[in-house]
Design a protein around this ligand. Structure first.
Ligand code: CA
Length: 133
């Protein structure tokens, strides 16, 4: 499973990458929105909404256009408004800084379970046998 960590804080990013690699994920880390958009697609994006070069919500919307990718937004404590905006913009889940590695891994497993289930379901809107238009 590939995870893209989008985080501008080096110290936070290092901890995350170490923990995720220890959990056997294939991890790539970028520090800017620009690099997040040019990175190869991942199964899960861990997206810090507070980035220096772009509005995190705008970036989330762009990443959301990749249907195979689950997105977990990362926000600072107390910013309910950001969490709500993140969920409404298409985040599958969020974590609040500072968060524990065990919680993060559990949330990653949860979103992966959901995206795998969604992928395994048959196409519901097959145009060949659909509305007759
Ligand atoms: Ca940040």
């Amino acid at each position: 499973m590939r995870i893209l960590v989008v985080e501008d804080d080096d110290r936070v990013a290092r901890g995350l990458v170490t923990a995720l690699r220890a959990a056997s994920f294939d991890v790539q880390r970028v520090a800017t929105a620009e690099r997040a958009l040019s990175a190869p697609s991942a199964d899960v994006v861990l997206l810090d909404l507070g980035l220096p070069d772009a509005d995190g919500i705008d970036l989330l919307r762009k990443l959301r256009e990749r249907p195979q990718t689950a997105i977990i937004a990362v926000t600072a404590r107390g910013e309910e408004r950001d969490r709500v905006r993140g969920l409404r913009a298409g985040a599958d889940d969020y974590v609040v800084k500072p968060f524990g590695v065990a919680e993060l891994l559990a949330r990653i497993d949860a979103v992966l379970r959901r995206t795998r289930t969604a992928r395994a379901e048959p196409e519901q809107a097959d145009p060949r046998c659909g509305s007759g238009r």
